[in-house]
Design a protein around this ligand. Structure first.
Ligand SMILES: Cc1ncc(COP(=O)(O)O)c(C=O)c1O
Ligand SMILES: [Zn+2]
Length: 408
């Protein structure tokens, strides 16, 4: 277990209580952060970690929970792919795709939820809960099932039916709220106070530590080389924030020489972080999210907005947005040229990489990592499909269909 040295507000420095239930900063409302005491790192540790059984828990020294009680479904160590055909389409010589669609419940959320449920069980929580745009609900439901802890999940009523079914299949009590994600999130926070569930929200600093694993896995797979850019689809802002924190820990240990430039990739329909970045603002002002194919990241009031903006700026990165058309184009490119079927939100990293490459901010020779965060079957649909032929069970019918190429 990593030794949590301190809980503190990253914005105003207000100290927190490691023994108290997760709460935001009492002074400024920012999500608190855990500092891990990195004094555990002895020479040879990186090599020992490399030899451990695959998975996120190889890095348990960096996590603030007891790994011997870990609730795991085999998450972590997702592939870092070369994707040469996609790279050519984007005009990049050194593209890598971090394919998080293959995590146990099909999305990035498993990285944080494995730590959340471990923490919840250690505390003896009676029930866990979360408000979610769908993926987080499915992940909490699955890990809660494995832990034997009841789960209550709230999602907007318009959430993809596949994600709703997934959460229900794992036995979670699901509340479909007739409201946007931001309103669902606000309602959930009231419900938390009323019912006292263990919170798996991104305002929970223990849970958030799990997502640092992006940094460790990428660093290891690149054999210590630091990417020039890491692009991540952004809703609440945790993926970018936590990946950046992980790289800072690697630098602090002397294992990495620098931190990559972090890019927050948002849909134009819900891009408060891009707006703040472009305006040079100190903080992220909430906006009303418009309708978008990027359901999973349609967040107008990101809970880690300030910290994500901070990570982007301090790493000399960027925040940029992609239209729905660009997201669908990137989704199709991933499917057709890299063999990765992802949901539209998850393609935001690739859509924004294309944009930044076109406007010259990313150079052709830069080492670029695009994180792809959720499986296409989570929100099946609008990739323009190749033709389908419905045929009689005869070779003649097969031949006729192939020669005509007429989709039915
Ligand atoms: C597929 C997908 N990608 C990205 C994100 C955004 O993650 P974050 O909230 O850490 O910004 C989410 C969050 O729901 C998601 O479901
Ligand atoms: Zn504060």
């Amino acid at each position: 277990m990593g030794r949590p040295a301190r809980l503190a507000c990253p914005r105003c420095g207000e100290p927190g209580d490691l023994a108290a239930p997760p709460a935001v900063c009492a002074r400024c409302g920012t999500v608190m952060e855990i500092e891990i005491d990195l004094g555990f790192a002895r020479p040879g540790l990186a090599e020992r970690i490399r030899r451990r059984p695959r998975g996120l828990w190889r890095w348990h020294e960096f996590l603030p929970v007891d790994a011997s009680r870990g609730i795991t479904l085999g998450e972590g160590d997702t592939p870092l792919l070369n994707a040469p055909r996609l790279a050519r389409e984007l005009g990049l010589e050194r593209l890598r795709v971090k394919n998080d669609t293959v995590l146990p419940t099909g999305s990035l959320k498993d990285r944080s939820v494995t730590v959340a449920l471990t923490h919840a069980r250690t505390l003896g929580a009676g029930a866990v809960g979360v408000a979610s745009s769908g993926n987080h609900a499915a992940s909490v439901a699955a890990y809660a099932a494995a832990a034997g802890v009841p789960a209550v999940v709230m999602v907007p009523a318009a959430t993809s039916p596949a994600k709703v079914l997934q959460a229900r299949a794992h036995g979670a009590t699901l509340l479909a709220v007739r409201a946007s994600f931001d309103a669902t999130f606000a309602l959930f926070k009231e419900a938390l106070k009323a019912f006292g569930w263990y919170s798996c929200l991104s305002t929970n600093p223990w849970r958030n530590e799990g997502k640092k694993s992006y940094a460790f896995e990428t660093w290891e797979d690149l054999r210590g080389e630091t990417p020039d850019w890491i692009l991540h689809p952004v809703g609440g802002g945790l993926g970018v924030t936590a990946c950046w924190k992980g790289w800072r820990e690697l630098v602090e240990l002397g294992w990495a020489s620098r931190v990559p430039r972090m890019v927050a990739a948002q849909p134009t329909a819900a891009d408060p972080i891009t707006r703040a970045f472009e305006a040079g603002a100190d903080d992220v002002a909430p906006i009303a999210a418009a309708d978008t194919v990027a359901q999973a990241i349609a967040v107008g009031a990101p809970s880690l907005g300030w910290r994500c903006l901070d990570a982007v700026r301090r790493s000399s990165g960027a925040a940029a947005s992609a239209t729905d058309a660009e997201l669908l184009e990137a989704q199709a490119l991933l499917a057709r040229t890299a063999g990765i079927y992802c949901e539209p939100s998850a393609a935001a990293s690739v859509a924004v990489a294309r944009r930044l490459r076109r406007d010259g901010r990313i150079k052709a020779t830069d080492l670029v990592v695009c994180v792809v965060t959720g499986h296409g079957l989570k929100q099946p649909g609008p990739v323009e499909p190749a033709p389908m032929h419905t045929v009689e069970p005869t070779l003649a019918a097969v031949e006729a269909a192939l020669s005509k190429g007429d989709p039915t």
